[in-house]
Design a protein around this ligand. Sequence first.
Ligand code: PLP
Length: 423
Amino acid sequence: MTTDLGAQNLTALLDSARQDYSELAGRGLKLDLTRGKPAADQLDLADELLTLPGSKTHKAADGTDTRNYGGLNGLLELRQIFAGLLQVPVGQLLAAGNSSLELMHDAFVQALLGQVPGAQSRWADQGPIKFLAPVPGYDRHFSICERFGIEMIPVPMTETGPDMDVVTRLVAEDASIKGIWCIPKYSNPTGTVYSDETVRQLAEMSTAAPDFRIFWDNAYSVHHLTDDRVEIADLLGLATAAGNADRVFVFGSTSKITFAGAGVGFFGASEANIKWWLAGLSKRSIGPDKVNQLRHATFLGSAEGVLAHMEKHRALIGPKFEATLRILNEQLGGTGLATWTEPQGGYFITLEVPEGTASDIVARAAEIGVVLTPAGATHPLGQDPTDSIIRVAPTFPTQTDLEAAVLALTTCVKLVGYEQKIK
Ligand code: PLP
């Protein structure tokens, strides 16, 4: 009896989803929820950079002429602003070009072709090597490994970071595992914040590989969406205290603080790693774009200046996250068809749908003009074995487009979800 009633209800729900869907199909939508990048009004916040450092202002605090070659470490005054925010001593933090992803790619190239401190040989000479890939994760991290033929071992994310039982077991027993990708704060795409215990374990765990590296991509260190400016434990400090200083590579950038295409990337690590990095870098470059670094130092002023600037971003994107969560809640709450993350910061919301439905939902959305990140993009090689994760990026569309796109997405979730239940 209950089953019959359930079936009747289900048919009605599916009919209603079908109606909504065909109504949306008739509207000729052209919406995009894929782009994890700042909207133009966010970029406008840093427009003063376009006139800085000013026509006669090219000297750094120590008198360096920023227009000239040199200064591989990057401008001290900018490194001083970001050292605390990225939890790296200023002497061990480098300011570089406009992208941290580029630095991560470089780190792989350097480790493959030049021997990292603690290694017995170059990674390229060690036979097949592997990397741990917490999932869901950031597709561009995985693409770097894929490019160099490095096998990725997926590790499930929990609410406190990667499943550390899995991580500690794998790294202790397999010396061909050379490292792990981590986005420790407001992770892409789940918004996860690593707990102090997770960070401590990463710093202290035994690794079979003497040349193990944690790629600590702190891309969202100051990208708060609430009054609670979440702090994480200091990985480099803890690893140093545990005698494992060399295992940490810290990355960060101002891409989502100032200009995504013309910001500054940072690399931080132990003294030995920095020495090694600079030795390689000196063959690649005669110095970074210090004029860009000077204008950033002038514009941001201090760590507090960075945080104050991030409040302006929050004022613009906070309402977009709120609207997305409100619509998800109104449309999908209580349906049993989806769960989603409620991030405290960062750029993404992860929507989890019933197993085997994510790619169909993405395809149905595309048919009515709503582009979503391909299902699977959050997993190594683009393959989500459960086909259940969809990444939502609310920052770039206008508020109106965003709301229309999320509503359409929820219609597709209902359509495919109820269809699956009825099958
Ligand atoms: N790391 C993460 C986790 C990201 O989400 C992104 C961009 O979305 C990047 C790095 C790219 O950083 P950058 O612009 O500094 O290369």
